[in-house]
Design a binder for this molecule. Sequence first.
Ligand SMILES: [Zn+2]
Length: 222
Amino acid sequence: MTKNASQVEELGDNHIATSVETPLRPDAFEHSDEEKIENIQGLFGQIMEELGLDLTDESLSGTPYRFAKMYVKELFYGLNPQKKPKISTFPNTYGYKQLLVEQNINIDSSCEHHFLPIVGKAHVGYIPKDRVVGLSKINRLVDYYAHRPQVQERLCLQIMKDLQKILDTPDVIVLVEAKHLCVSSRGIKDKDSFTSTLEYGGCFSEESLRKEFYDLLKPTLD
Ligand SMILES: [Zn+2]
């Protein structure tokens, strides 16, 4: 059930994440993408009209469709498990057993409380066991989990937990640094602050290994 205005005001801008899994309805994908686009187009048109906009204006008339297509096909494609990138692993034939870091992976996500952009970088490290993945697959996995309505803490956890499963090792560390437009463009309007979230498992509970990970990272956000 959705909360009414006073309940939401009381919660304020506190970013609450309820679970590691994105809260999806059981019937989330009963509609095809095309049906979703058609429905959202109508609904967003109503929002624009309620705001007082004239949808017969040439510049605005295509907006509800553009908006709906962008939501379903681009910004939130990562809600649909069928769009998850196929990630195959390879035997660790080099016997490489040290830290590997993939850094400065772009994050283009959206905050689930305001539906405004979350923009930043992810840095992922792991210590290979028996299997390794192609490096760009880590970027694709990050991109997939980012393209949902998100909470940064959950995004960080989802990336880590999936990589632990794929790589069959708990030795994974994920740092996400991101700016939230709901903080910079409205509310407190702080343009400079950004948020860092860190999740790790296995041997990264050792401080020396976390330090090795940080030492490999170059400054990333201006
Ligand atoms: Zn927000």
